[in-house]
Ligand binder design. Sequence first.
Ligand code: ATR
Length: 283
Amino acid sequence: MAQPFGLAGVMGWPVSHSRSPLMHNLWLKQHGIAGVYVPLPVQPERLGEALRGLPALGFAGCNLTIPHKVAAMAYMDEIDPLARRMGAMNLVVVGPEGRLTGFNTDGFGFWQSLVDAQPQFRAEAGPVVVLGAGGAARAVVLSLLERGAPSVRLLNRTEEKAQQLASELSGAGAHGVIDVLPWTQRESALEGCALLVNTTSLGMQDQPGLALRLDDLPRTALVCDVIYVPLETPLLKQARERGHVTVNGLGMLMNQARPAFQAWFGVMPEITPELKQAMLATL
Ligand code: ATR
């Protein structure tokens, strides 16, 4: 029998801005796998139909992006425990008999991007400050606690959302402590922390920067922003100038895609210089 043609894609609404097709198609080429990865513009009200159609269309699976990461869970036959704990998924794998399983690789992508930037970094190194309580914060907080961060200081403009996130993740069996602090304490909260992560949209292109004095941040702390447009947010610039190791959101984006490719096509792809260059050219 001829080698099957590999098919995968990303469902989103809108989805035209997604860099995922670029990454996966390059990996398909690099690994000599016949196949294609396509953008799948799917309206929220048709998500169920679209997901259920994947096996019939011969898809190995798909990624999910805004606004489908939570809603898609209702249409899975099975959900990986980690995705269940995160309360969101970004990966669908079509299994035997067309069964759909949901996974979340965003936490892996985030963690791997930290380790790529600073291989000796350990979650146990100290408390972490996470700014923001949206979808990205979920993956960030849980992946840090799972890897042994002693505590997460969670601060969000709307404090109730941080409280909500903390209680959901604590209920989901996260080990370390999540301390919700008022947004007004975001500068004093930096004292003694090993890592600062911005998951808010502040600093994104066409958005105001995050105004944050870093005076209380230990010089050894790693500073990370999940934003990748621009690559260097005002926060990262300020941190770099202060001597911190900084991590932008591009590594998280590329690393969350690797286990997805592996789940569909059986090979764990690498972030090669060619891939990095192709991605940078789109920014
Ligand atoms: P994502 O899923 O990418 O995390 P999101 O769910 O829209 O995006 O969350 C955006 C985050 O940026 C939220 O934490 C939001 O704070 P609120 O919960 O108070 O809305 C934060 N954010 C957006 N604009 C902000 C601003 N001007 N000041 C402080 N935080 C802001």
